[in-house]
Design a protein. Sequence first.
Length: 746
Amino acid sequence: MWIQVRTMDGKETHRIDSLSKLTKVDELRLKITELFKVEPERQRLFYRGKQMEDGHTIFDYNVGLNDIVQLLVRQTPPLAPFPLRKDKEAELSDSDSGCGSAQSESDKSSTHGEMESQAAGTSSQNDLPDLIDPGFGSYKINEFVDARDLNMGAWFEAKIVNVTKEPKTSGEEGAADAQSSEEEIHYHVKYEDYLENGVVALRGKDVRPRARTVYQWHQLEEGMVVMVNYNPDEPKERGYWYDAQIQRKRETRTQREVYGKILLGNAGDSLNDCRIMFITEIYKIEEPGSTEDGGAASPLKRSNGPECKHCKDNPQKNCRMCNCYVCGGKQDPDKQLLCDECDMAFHMYCLNPPLTSIPEDEDWNDVSEVVLAGEKLKESKKKAKMASASSSSQRDWGKGMACVGRTKQCTIVPSNHYGPVPGIPVGTLWKFRVQVSEAGVHRPHVAGIHGRSNDGAYSLVLAGGYEDDVDYGNEFTYTGSGGRDLSGNKRTAEQSCDQKLTNMNRALALNCNAAINEKHGAEAKDWKSGKPVRVVRSAKGRKHSKYCPEDGNRYDGIYKVVKYWPEKGKSGFLVWRYLLKRDDEEPAPWTRDGKDRIKKLGLTMQYPEGYLEAVAAKEKEKENKNEEEMTDTPSKGRMKRKSQTKPEEKTSPTKISPPKKIKVEAYKLTREQKALIKEDELNKKLWDEAMGSLTLGPECLQRSFKAEVYTCPACRHDLGKNYSMSVNKALQAILNQFFPGYSSGR
């Protein structure tokens, strides 16, 4: 395989050939040194945001074929006097050793001290059962009240823990008469259900006595301002407590309804015409001083909406959404950590590895999972399970093209698509199997059958891997897979046991238009009604079949399974045989019509990007090596031949006549396609515009991907989520003509 190495400034790029997936980064540095003239110690290599370190292979970093690795050249440090360097190190050590963070630690400790003193004062106040009159204000310390949340405008049950006055400045004394005494007072409250919010200071307008009185139905009148339970996000679910003005009430024989305007705080925001679902829980708004005999006794708590929609705050039910994401347990909330990225909670003993104590840093992260610059990669669980990880063989398996991996993926049709792939005519040639996979014709890199045992087979490759295969061109007998010992990292082996009608063998059998029979096989009466299979012939089967290409892999069209049956093969073991016949409108590539069509379409061998350059560079290197050997050990005959060569032949390179341009046949529409386009009158203007680009072929029509965007793709008009689309059948038919499987992929 080969990769590209480019400097960070993009001024210099070189291709490095003859690499393997198992090439070490150390070896790669030596090759870079030859091309860039940069010592390995000064090289910093980056691939997809990771710094490549010695000791790893390019497989560990998932470097693909023809991918770009960036090179950053370290600057040579200038020589400086020793004492100056020592001073600089001292400065660095001062800044890096945490001197700057020592102040923050002291700040934290001082903050903790204030919080502890405040918590101590709060606890001492909470221990007092009686009300404490501060001497000013409408409420007393330890009194139960309703307090407004200033962010959402809802009222929550709270308790007053302190009452203070706002300090006045000299300039404000003159305006003291203009201000009411209540506005100068701050009530320090603590929400009962949200202790994590701590103590909150509120003004008198945001505090009122705890609601106790429930209105009866006959007491409700239009225009009254009451406290109701409402959920702005889910109006039919229980929510929080808001002030509301009753707009109307309605009573029928079976139900009662109340509609009101929800008041969202002092800003004047409101929600009009909201139906109140819980009409038996409409509370009277208490006036200050109306609950003098309430004392410190806790009133009945109102019910709010559940914090968690999944478990409905059921304490007996484990929930991974509102509690530990690993175990779902609701125990030990003080031992839970909250992840900033996923917003999930984790018990510190459920982590891997578990923590022994809660970290002191509020923004703590597990540094053991972070790969810093200069550190080696963490062990990959996926790669640890591969056969190559536990193999004792020293064979370099990473040089083959089947190991390089896909550099792109086919998205024109889904992976379970039956039938031809749009834009891939019969006779298309690829140099390697990985290119066939990238084109979407046959997805697996090595396996001969692509399919699913509960659905069917989508494609297969005829490569002459089984001695029982018989190829007659328009029909062939195919041998199923299995029955071979492919343990370890083997690609092929001799037949060693009987095959079974499972996995891919069963998938191919499902393509036959007959009921599945796992014992005796089956034969289709109408074989053309079976599921289509894309067939690719490989040059590896050329020694067994004259219909295989001389080089590369060729797409030969659609075949159907006529019958399948079990029999003893040449190896003496049971194998499953399949008879497939060609059922494709396009002519076969080995026929005269097929060859003419290939010439008209201009189909030639397709190579991976950079492959021809790599081969040319390798041949040039080989020629240079041979010339060096000839000059080192010249013989008389060689010298004579060398002297007889003309000077212009020595200096001028070999003249190669440029290849003749093949006249590619212009793309033409069929009669059926023309008729369908004429039938689609709604899009006549668009089709006329598209017909102007007809010479470009069907590749100019791009597929529109499915997305949850409810706007028209042409004019961007908002259609709405519930918009019902009427299907343009004529347009659907013509798109199925251009893109087989268009409707099934949507």
